[in-house]
Design a protein around this ligand. Structure first.
Ligand code: SF4
Length: 171
């Protein structure tokens, strides 16, 4: 367990993911402190904001430098509850020429982060509906630049992405 300053984001896991954002090689950070408490969450060990290591701009730069030329995207698994700190990291990703993605359990893309994001996945985990690979899922993966819903690309029998306008505020 690490120490934490106010508004600082901590991460409990950092890995390269190839499938979470179609077509991108993503460096993904699991951010500590998700307040949503979904039943059946696979990451409940990250619910305490004090868990994990500090994710500073310097740490982000160092990790991206390690994989320079291999990455195309940085994916934040949570962190929207500290939007100022997350915005700072997203801005840094953009400066490095990387695309940006957020997985949030909210049902909408936080409007303050929208200009800094290329992709967003919305929706809390609901086991009975399944994840993005389930056509019945409540979750949605959007390409914000092209205004597309990418869910069908991840179905067992893939289908074309479809035009969609993501919600930017609570419904
Ligand atoms: S939004 Fe994600 S991390 Fe947060 S409780 Fe739900 S499943 Fe877990």
């Amino acid at each position: 367990m690490g120490s934490s300053r106010p508004n600082q984001l901590n991460t409990t896991a950092c890995e390269i993911l190839l499938q979470e954002i179609p077509g991108e090689v993503s460096l993904a950070y699991l951010i500590s402190g998700c307040p949503l408490g979904c039943k059946g969450c696979h990451s409940s060990d990250s619910w305490s904001a004090a868990n994990g290591e500090s994710l500073t701009v310097d740490r982000l730069n160092s990790d991206c430098e390690k994989y320079r030329g291999l990455l195309s995207c940085v994916l934040f698994l949570g962190g929207e509850w500290q939007s100022t700190s997350l915005a700072e990291l997203l801005d840094e990703c953009r400066k490095m020429g990387l695309r940006t993605a957020l997985y949030t359990g909210l049902t909408y893309c936080p409007s303050a982060l929208r200009p800094l994001l290329d992709y967003v996945k919305t929706g809390p985990w609901q086991a009975e509906l399944g994840g993005l690979n389930n056509p019945n899922s409540n979750q949605r993966l959007y390409d914000l630049q092209r205004q597309l819903c990418l869910n069908p690309l991840l179905w067992p029998t893939p289908a074309p992405a479809y035009a969609a306008v993501p919600a930017f505020s609570p419904q």
